[in-house]
Ligand binder design. Structure first.
Ligand SMILES: [Mg+2]
Length: 449
C-alpha cells in the first residue's frame, strides 16, 4: 500500500482523566460520580509518512492507571513490527496479543487485559486507515470479503457462525453498497441521545434537555433508571410529557437489578412506553436476560456495553436473550472482534445499536455502524448510535451530528486522535488541570494515586 517502509518504534501511553463527576454528567444508578477517562495509546513509527496510530479504552476514573499498565504490558508485542505488515493484517497482531500465554491467565479475553488489547488493536486500525488515506468505515466497506473474514477469530464462535457463512454475509452485503454509501454521505446514520437522562439531573433540566433533543431532530432519547422506583416513575412521566408520544424513549438500568426486580420495575414503567430496557442485570448472565426478555415484552431488552467478548454475545444471541445488540468500540478486543460480533448479529438478524458516550466512544463506534450499514446488514432500520454531547472538543476529528444523524467522517483514520493540548491538560496526575486541582486537595493526592 504505502511506499514508505517502517517499523513501530514506540507505544506511548497516557492516563487521561476529565473531572466530569463535578457536573454529574454521566451519572447513573451504578456509577454515581464518574470521571470520564481514557487509557490512551500512541503507536509511533520511523516510516517517512510520519503517521501515528491512536487508540484508547474508556474507564471512569480510579483504575485508569491499571488500564494504562495493562497496555504497557503488551507493548513489546508491537514495537519493532513492520508497519506494512501490521496495517495489512491487524488480525495477526490481534491473535498474537490474545495468545500471549502468560498474560492470557489474566483473562482470558475479558476485563482489563482484553480492553488493553482493544486499545492497541484499534490504534493499528487507525494507523492503517490513515495510511490508506480513508476513514475507517470506508476502508472496511471497501475491503474484500475474503480479507475481512481473515481478520475474524472464529475460535469459540464457529458453532454459531462459520467462516463460510461469514463470507456469504459479507458478499451479500456488497450488493447495493455503492448506493448505500451515497445515502450515508448525504443523510448520515441515525443517532439517539442520552444527554437529557442522567440520573443526577433535576426534573427541570430533564425537561429542558428532552425538549431540546426533539428540537435537534432526535427520534429517540434514553433515561437512566434503577435507583428509586418512585423517582423513575416521575422522571419517565416527565420525559414522556416533554417529548410526546411519537418519540422513542429507552431506559437504562446499568446492571442494577436481580431478575425479579428487573421484571417488576420494567413493568411499572411500561405505561410510559419504553422502547428498550438496557442492561437490566449482570452482563454475564445470559439466561437472566432471556427470562427478563420473555417477561417484559413488548419492551425490548438491550445489552452489550459491558459484554466482555464475542463468546458472550454469541450466547446472548443463541439463547434469544436480547432484541438489541449494543457493541462498544473499546470494551472488546478491538475492530477485529467487533467484526465478529457484527457478523454474529447479522447472522441472527438482531439490530446493532452501539453504546457510545464516555470519552471518544462516539468518535470510534460510528465507523463500525457505518460499515455495518454500507457493507453488511445493509439497513439503518431500527438502528441508532448512542450520542452524548460531552468531551468531543478534545478530539481532532470530532463527530458531527445534524438533525439527529451522525454525518459520515471524511478524515483518514478512526477519529481517535485527541488534541495534544487536551492530553497535556488532563493527563493524571501531572497535567496542568490535575496538578493545580490536586495542589488544592493535598489529602486526596495519596488516596487517588
Ligand atoms: Mg448504557
Amino acid at each position: 500500500m504505502s511506499p514508505t517502509p517502517g517499523r513501530v518504534t514506540a507505544v506511548d501511553t497516557y492516563d487521561i482523566r476529565f473531572p466530569t463527576s463535578r457536573e454529574l454528567d454521566g451519572s447513573d444508578a451504578m456509577n454515581p460520580d464518574p470521571d470520564y477517562s481514557a487509557a490512551y495509546v500512541v503507536l509511533r513509527t520511523d516510516a517517512e509518512d510520519g503517521l501515528e496510530g491512536h487508540g484508547f479504552t474508556f474507564t471512569i476514573g480510579r483504575g485508569n492507571e491499571v488500564q494504562v499498565a495493562a497496555i504497557d504490558s503488551i507493548a513489546h508485542h508491537v514495537v519493532g513490527r513492520s508497519v506494512d505488515e501490521l496495517c495489512g493484517d491487524p488480525g495477526t497482531l490481534n491473535r498474537d496479543l490474545i495468545g500471549d500465554s502468560q498474560l492470557r491467565w489474566l483473562g482470558p479475553e475479558k476485563g482489563v487485559m482484553h480492553m488493553a488489547i482493544g486499545a492497541v488493536v484499534n490504534a493499528v486500525w487507525d494507523l492503517a486507515a490513515k495510511r490508506a488515506r480513508t476513514p475507517l468505515w470506508k476502508l472496511l466497506a471497501d475491503a474484500e470479503p475474503e480479507w475481512l473474514v481473515s481478520q475474524v477469530d472464529f475460535r469459540y464462535i464457529a458453532d454459531a457462525l462459520t467462516p463460510e457463512e461469514a463470507l456469504t454475509l459479507l458478499r451479500g452485503g456488497r450488493v447495493g453498497a455503492g448506493a448505500r454509501e451515497d445515502r450515508l454521505r448525504e443523510h448520515g446514520f441515525p443517532g439517539y441521545t442520552t444527554s437529557p437522562g442522567w440520573l443526577g439531573y433535576s426534573d427541570e433540566k430533564l425537561t429542558r434537555l428532552a425538549r431540546q433533543a426533539v428540537a435537534d431532530g432526535f427520534t429517540q432519547i434514553k433515561l437512566k433508571v434503577g435507583a428509586d422506583l418512585d423517582d423513575d416513575v416521575r422522571r419517565c412521566r416527565t420525559a414522556r410529557a416533554a417529548i410526546g408520544p411519537g418519540i422513542r424513549m429507552a431506559i437504562d438500568a446499568n446492571q442494577r437489578w436481580n431478575v425479579d426486580e428487573a421484571v417488576r420495575w420494567t413493568r411499572a414503567l411500561a405505561e410510559f412506553d419504553p422502547y428498550w430496557v438496557e442492561e437490566p442485570t449482570s452482563p454475564d448472565d445470559v439466561l437472566a436476560h432471556a427470562t427478563i426478555r420473555d417477561a417484559v415484552a413488548p419492551v425490548k431488552v438491550a445489552t452489550g456495553e459491558h459484554v466482555q467478548n464475542r463468546i458472550v454475545f454469541k450466547q446472548l444471541l443463541q439463547a434469544g436473550a436480547i432484541d438489541i445488540l449494543q457493541i462498544d468500540a473499546a470494551r472488546v478486543g478491538g475492530v477485529n472482534e467487533n467484526l465478529a460480533i457484527l457478523l454474529l448479529a447479522a447472522r441472527f438478524g438482531v439490530p446493532v445499536c452501539p453504546h457510545a458516550g464516555g470519552v471518544g466512544l462516539c468518535e470510534l463506534v460510528q465507523h463500525l455502524s457505518m460499515f455495518d450499514y454500507v457493507a453488511l446488514s445493509g439497513t439503518t432500520e431500527n438502528r441508532v448510535i448512542e450520542y452524548v454531547d460531552h468531551l468531543h472538543e478534545h478530539f481532532i476529528d470530532p463527530v458531527v451530528v445534524r438533525e439527529g444523524h451522525y454525518l459520515a467522517p471524511a478524515a483518514p483514520g478512526f477519529s481517535a486522535t485527541m488534541r495534544p493540548e487536551s492530553i497535556a491538560e488532563f493527563t493524571y496526575p501531572d497535567g496542568s488541570f490535575w496538578a493545580a486541582d490536586l495542589a488544592h486537595q493535598p489529602h486526596e493526592k495519596g488516596a487517588a494515586a
